[in-house]
Design a protein around this ligand. Structure first.
Ligand code: HEC
Length: 272
């Protein structure tokens, strides 16, 4: 009874004590949206777009980098085909040849071509060249060390620079290949085994032995075919050949290959 608004007229059966305007109450009901029910809120469109973008990116990523879902896709030998071990073991020179190929392509290929076929008017072929396929590297090391000029019979079919044009010259390539016996051995090993060539590999020791008699020769003093043919193609280098008794002809050829002063000194000593 203290608050008259709660039951102002409790004695009347029709009066329920309503104090508020009914229209006003309905207006409020019509104006308000129903309370949201958990789980049915609309999702922010940016989130939808973001997820769609991620799905698209994920799909393209899988397409590109899935590796066909093969466990060994990124292994050294993909698709379950290990490199034939025998082939690797059969070529212990693979690393040397690779090194030689890099030097060849960087230095020699400019003139002789990456395929060793030579270039008309620039340089003779190294593929199927008698010089390249010779028994030993003695003449080859000299060609690269001091250069070559004049007419050169490359093989029975090819004679290079038949007109003996003095402007056609191969200068010394010694500095270009890095001025090292190892580099020269590698590049010659590559040249002698590439493009169907059949020369034996060349070791740094063979290069050192081959160049020893001409260590004082100037790099500008290009060889001619005539001078080179006096140098034995093999001999001073390969230990197997060195241990075999040289024939008088080989001794003569080796003597002729010596620089003049060394040969004179040797002859003087022998004639004592
Ligand atoms: C600037 C061009 C040039 C470069 C670089 C060059 N050569 Fe030559 N090469 C020649 C020419 C030209 C001749 C022939 C020279 C002559 O007319 O007597 C020749 C001849 C040769 C020959 C003897 C002929 C033959 O066909 O077998 C050999 C071997 C040879 N070069 C190897 C090499 C090697 C190995 C290199 C790299 C280390 C090299 N050359 C780099 C131009 C070049």
């Amino acid at each position: 009874m203290s608050n008259p608004k709660e039951s102002p007229n409790a004695s009347s059966p029709l009066d329920r004590g309503e104090q508020h305007d009914v229209t006003e109450l309905h207006a409020a009901v019509l104006r308000e949206k129903p309370d949201p029910v958990e789980g049915f809120e609309p999702v922010n469109l940016w989130v939808v777009a973001g997820i769609a973008g991620l799905l698209f990116w994920g799909g393209s990523y899988l397409t590109q980098y899935s590796g066909r879902f093969e466990a060994n896709e990124f292994s050294e030998f993909p698709h379950g085909k290990p490199a034939p071990v025998a082939a690797v073991a059969a070529d212990p020179l693979a690393a040397v040849k690779r090194d030689g190929m890099l030097t060849y392509n960087a230095v020699c290929a400019l003139c002789h071509g990456e395929d060793g076929a030579g270039k008309a008017g620039v340089a003779p072929p190294l593929a199927a060249s008698d010089w390249v396929n010779a028994d030993g590297p003695n003449r080859l090391v000299r060609i690269v060390r001091h250069g070559l000029k004049g007419t050169v019979k490359v093989n029975k079919d090819v004679t290079w620079n038949p007109a003996n044009d003095p402007s056609i010259v191969m200068g010394s390539q010694w500095e270009a290949i890095g001025a090292s016996n190892e580099k020269l051995a590698a590049v010659l090993t590559y040249v002698r085994t590439a493009w169907g060539n059949t020369g034996a590999p060349v070791t740094a020791q063979m290069v050192a032995d081959g160049l020893a008699p001409v260590k004082d020769r100037s790099a500008d003093d290009n060889w001619t075919q005539e001078d080179l043919l006096k140098v034995p193609a093999s001999g001073s280098g390969a230990p197997a050949v060195a241990s075999a008794a040289p024939t008088p002809d080989q001794i003569k050829a080796q003597l002729l290959a010596l620089p003049d002063d060394q040969r004179q000194a040797l002859l003087k000593e022998l004639s004592k």
